[in-house]
Design a protein around this ligand. Sequence first.
Ligand SMILES: Nc1nc2c(ncn2[C@@H]2O[C@H](COP(=O)(O)OP(=O)(O)O)[C@@H](O)[C@H]2O)c(=O)[nH]1
Ligand SMILES: [Mg+2]
Length: 474
Amino acid sequence: MSPAYGDDSPIAALATPPGESALALIRTSGKDAVDRLAAVFSRPGALRRAPGNTVVYGWITGPGGERLDQVMVSVFRAPRSFTGEEGAEIACHGGSAVIRGVLGALRDAGFRDALPGEFSFRAFMNGKLDLTRAESVMELVFAKTGRSRDRALGRLSGALEQEIRGINALLVQVLAGAELFLDYSEDEVSPGGEDGDEAAGRLPQRARAEEALGRLRTLAASYRLEKLYREGALAVIAGRPNAGKSSLFNRLLKEDRAIVTEIPGTTRDWIEAWISLEGIPLRLVDTAGLHDAQDPVERLGIARTRELLAQADLILYVIDPSAGFEEEVMKRGFCPDQRSARTPRPHREAAVLTMWNKADRFPPPPDSSLLALSAKTGEGIPELIAAMVAALEADFGTAEAGASAGLGSPRQKELVDRAVASLEEALDLSDRAEPLDLVAPLLRDAVNALGEITGEVSTADILEAMFSRFCVGK
Ligand SMILES: Nc1nc2c(ncn2[C@@H]2O[C@H](COP(=O)(O)OP(=O)(O)O)[C@@H](O)[C@H]2O)c(=O)[nH]1
Ligand SMILES: [Mg+2]
């Protein structure tokens, strides 16, 4: 039978990337993990006696007692460990033969290979982490910028969990009030009697329900911005050949990555790189110039440019004033050629920043509203960066002042949306004086949705689907 989440066998996994490095970390967890490890350790007594949170030096040994590697073992005793179980972390040398050897010895000692996310799964099952914190661990692994990391750390330290639990506490009070009222009216008030419609129309503690709804909506609204920090945005540099797109790409990257020449059509395939735009992870793409190309390779490049433009969150449109359509630009405020970029936007409007490049040699007219810059000298680049940040914030939203809690995964967003919808319907029914026994189940559903976010209410399927997306060793 294949191993499953939730069995309690001792597990082991490499937690660092495979390959050559100074050190590698191999994690173990499970009942009697330290004793088992002692069976393949040069100083079994020292290891068995080691208290929690101490480090023991020694050798991992093979089946014939031969030395496999010199290691440091950190010992953890239940419940004071990441998983809540007994465990040991082996810092060995980071070579593939060493790692294979140590993992082999662990298998001989009765450890099985951990499933993806199984350490976090056990931490959750043992009450060490709620689901929002468990998810933030994976966010931390993938965080691309300092700000992405800070957002994930806020969730790891429980900012989102607390907010969800706070909102849930409000809703539980509202629900309890409604249910009490229902019980009371069943027992004490004769149906259809004088007091019969008391049970209708009035949601006890309505103000609390409204406060909960407001806080849930704030959380839902945080999602796009959080997603921006987590996954980043796509910015595509476009414009006619020779406008200076590759020069701008290199300038923003602070590196000579793309080839720059005075020959039009130099960039044929697109080039991309991730940059941190004041903490926003940005996938920046340099593209082939847009024009009526005859060369088949160039035409394919242009087709790709159009595909990228269709997906972009931000389009940086570079105008070349030396190419002789300054007047048009001046009059209309944008390049006539911009329309030939024919940016199909299936999902949403991408923000377009149009810039006047080569301002070092061709100063823009005084009344021009375009961003003037020089990719060559760097003049105007800080202003461009500020405009890019502003455009993305206008699109994705800015963090509400003081709001530390934000949503960190699509799973959380779906559940908050479900809670908002149920709560809105509950309030609507109560406004229309519908009976409370129609309102109460909706409140209950909102409470359940919030319970699923933290994991208080969850099923094996949901947990498995979630943790199996994690890295092995986490
Ligand atoms: N004077 C000046 N020349 C520039 C500037 N930006 C690019 N160029 C020049 O314009 C030519 C085309 O630049 P490139 O970045 O390859 O343009 P692309 O075809 O749009 O990628 C090169 O000779 C660059 O040195 C600028 O800001 N000022
Ligand atoms: Mg180029």
